[in-house]
Design a protein around this ligand. Structure first.
Ligand code: SF4
Length: 442
C-alpha cells in the first residue's frame, strides 16, 4: 500500500494534460479538422458539448464551472456555441454524422427547456446523429425537473448520468452539495419510464467525514435503486490548485488505508450485488453494453468516459472543451469572455494541445487497453519495444498484481486497484525532472 500510494495521472489522455503545449493554436486545430474531414460522411464523429453553468459550487468540485443564477448567460453561451459549430462544420466538410453526443458540465440541465431545444436544433441543423447514436447528458438530480428529462428523451437523448456522491447528510453539508435519496430515486424512476438506458450514478469516495458506517448506508441505498452503471471516483484533494477545496476540513478527509477501505467496501458491495467491475472505477450490470464490451476486451475510453464508441475523432465545443482529432488533443480556453471573443470573430478558441508522436500513439494504446480492459497484447514487436518497461513490471508480478503470459499482460483482481501504477510504467514523460502535480493513485 505504502509503495503504491504515490501521485499519478488518471490517464483520461496520454500524453497527460500537463504535457500539452501552449504553442499549438487555432490554425493547428483547423488543419487537423480538415484532415479528419477527409474520412468523409461514412466516418461518424463523437461530439462533446461543455455547459459550464451551475447554480451553486460544490466544495470538492474540480470541473470548469461558472456559478450563476442568470439564465440569460446560457443564452449568450449558446450563441457562441453556434459560432463554434459553424467553424467546425466549415472545416470538417461532409463528415457530419454522429455516433456519440455528450452534454457535460457544469450542470447541463442548468439550461431551461427552451434553451435545451434551441441548442439541440442548432446541433442537428449541422450534424446528424445516427439512429443508434449514444446521446448522453449529465444531470444533477436536485436541479433537474421531470419535464426537462421528458423533453430530452423526446429530442433523442438515451443515456443519463446522475451525480450523487454520497447520501450522508453530514458529508453533503460539509461539501455544499445537498440532495436527498428521494430526489435521486424519483429522477431515476422517471428516466426508466422514459426508456433511458445505461443510467449511471456517480459517487465519490474520500470526501470529508466519509466513514465505513455512513458509506455502507449510502451503498445500500444506491443498490436498492440499482442503476445500470455506477462510477466511484477517488476524490482528488488538491487545495493548492482548487481554492474551493480549502473550505472543507482537511483533517476529516480519509487518506491511505482508510480511503482504500471505502473503495473496497463499494467494490465488494457492487460485485456481491451482481455488478461487473469495468475499467478503473466503474461498474455495470452484466447486460449493460459496457460490461459486454469489457468481456470481449473491446471497451474503450475517451474524455466522455468509458464507451463502446471510442474508436473515432472527438470534437469538443465550449470553454475548456478537449477535442481528440486526427492524432492530436486540442483544448479550448477556460475564460468565457476569451472563448466568446474568439469564436465570435471566426477563430477557434484553442489554447493548448499536443500532436501525438508515433511513440505517444503506441504508449496511449497500451495505457488505454490496461485502463479499460486490464489486459493488453503487446505482440512480438511491442514486447521488444517495451523491454525496459517489462523489466520494471517484474516487481508488480512479484507482488501478485500482474501476470505476464508470452506477450500479454493481465492485471490480477488485486492488481486492478493499482492499474494507474501499472500504466505509469508506460508513461515516457513521468521520468522528467519537473513533474506536475497529480492526485494520489489510491
Ligand atoms: S454540480 Fe458538478 S460541476 Fe457543478 S459545482 Fe457541483 S460538482 Fe462541480
Amino acid at each position: 500500500m505504502r509503495r503504491y500510494d504515490v501521485p499519478g495521472p488518471r490517464y483520461t489522455s496520454y500524453p497527460t494534460a500537463p504535457e500539452w503545449r501552449y504553442d499549438l493554436d487555432a490554425q493547428d486545430f483547423a488543419e487537423r479538422l480538415e484532415a479528419a474531414g477527409t474520412a468523409g460522411e461514412q466516418a461518424p464523429l463523437s461530439l462533446y458539448v461543455h455547459l459550464p453553468f451551475c447554480r451553486s459550487l460544490c466544495w470538492y468540485c474540480g470541473c470548469n464551472v461558472v456559478i450563476s443564477k442568470d439564465q440569460s448567460a446560457a443564452d449568450r453561451y449558446i450563441d457562441h456555441l453556434c459560432c463554434e459549430l459553424d467553424l467546425v462544420a466549415e472545416r470538417i466538410g461532409s463528415r457530419r454524422t454522429l455516433t456519440q453526443v455528450h452534454w457535460g458540465g457544469g450542470t447541463p440541465t442548468f439550461l431551461s427547456e427552451a434553451q435545451i431545444v434551441r441548442l439541440w436544433s442548432e446541433i442537428t441543423r449541422r450534424f446528424k446523429p445516427l439512429p443508434d447514436a449514444e446521446v448522453a447528458i449529465e444531470v444533477h438530480p436536485a436541479v433537474t425537473t421531470p419535464e426537462q428529462l421528458t423533453l430530452l428523451r423526446q429530442l433523442g437523448f438515451n443515456r443519463v448520468s446522475m451525480g450523487l456522491q454520497d447520501f450522508n447528510r453530514r458529508v453533503q453539508e460539509v461539501t455544499n452539495r445537498l440532495q436527498t435519496p428521494e430526489q435521486t430515486r424519483a429522477l431515476l424512476e422517471h428516466a426508466r419510464e422514459l426508456g433511458f438506458t445505461g443510467v449511471n450514478f456517480d459517487l465519490i469516495y474520500g470526501l470529508p467525514f466519509q466513514e465505513p458506517e455512513g458509506w455502507a448506508k449510502t451503498l445500500e441505498q444506491v443498490l436498492e435503486m440499482r442503476p445500470d452503471r455506477l462510477a466511484v471516483y477517488s476524490f482528488a484533494f488538491m487545495p493548492e490548485v482548487l481554492k474551493q477545496q480549502r473550505r472543507m476540513p482537511a483533517e476529516a478527509i480519509p487518506t491511505g488505508r482508510a480511503k482504500l477501505e471505502l473503495f473496497r467496501a463499494a467494490y465488494s458491495a457492487f460485485v456481491r450485488a451482481g455488478y461487473r467491475p469495468i475499467g478503473m472505477d466503474h461498474f455495470a450490470v452484466p447486460e449493460d453494453e459496457l460490461a459486454r464490451a469489457q468481456e470481449q476486451r473491446k471497451l474503450g475510453r475517451n474524455f466522455q468516459g468509458y464507451t463502446v464508441n471510442w474508436d473515432t475523432d472527438v470534437v469538443a465545443l465550449g470553454s475548456t472543451g478537449i477535442s481528440d482529432v486526427a492524432g492530436g488533443y486540442f483544448q479550448n480556453v477556460r475564460a468565457l469572455p476569451r472563448y466568446a471573443a474568439n469564436v465570435k470573430h471566426g477563430r477557434f478558441a484553442t489554447e493548448r494541445g499536443i500532436r501525438l508522436s508515433t511513440d505517444d500513439t503506441l504508449r496511449r494504446s497500451v495505457i488505454t487497453q490496461l485502463m479499460c480492459n486490464f489486459w493488453v497484447e503487446l505482440g512480438e514487436t511491442g514486447a521488444r519495444y517495451f523491454e525496459p518497461e517489462l523489466e520494471r513490471l517484474r516487481a508488480f508480478e512479484d507482488d501478485g498484481l500482474l501476470v505476464r503470459t508470452g506477450t500479454q499482460l493481465e492485471l490480477t483482481p488485486l492488481g486492478r486497484l493499482f492499474v494507474r501504477n501499472v500504466a505509469m510504467v508506460f508513461d515516457a514523460y513521468l521520468a522528467r525532472a519537473q513533474r506536475p502535480r497529480f492526485s494520489r493513485t489510491i
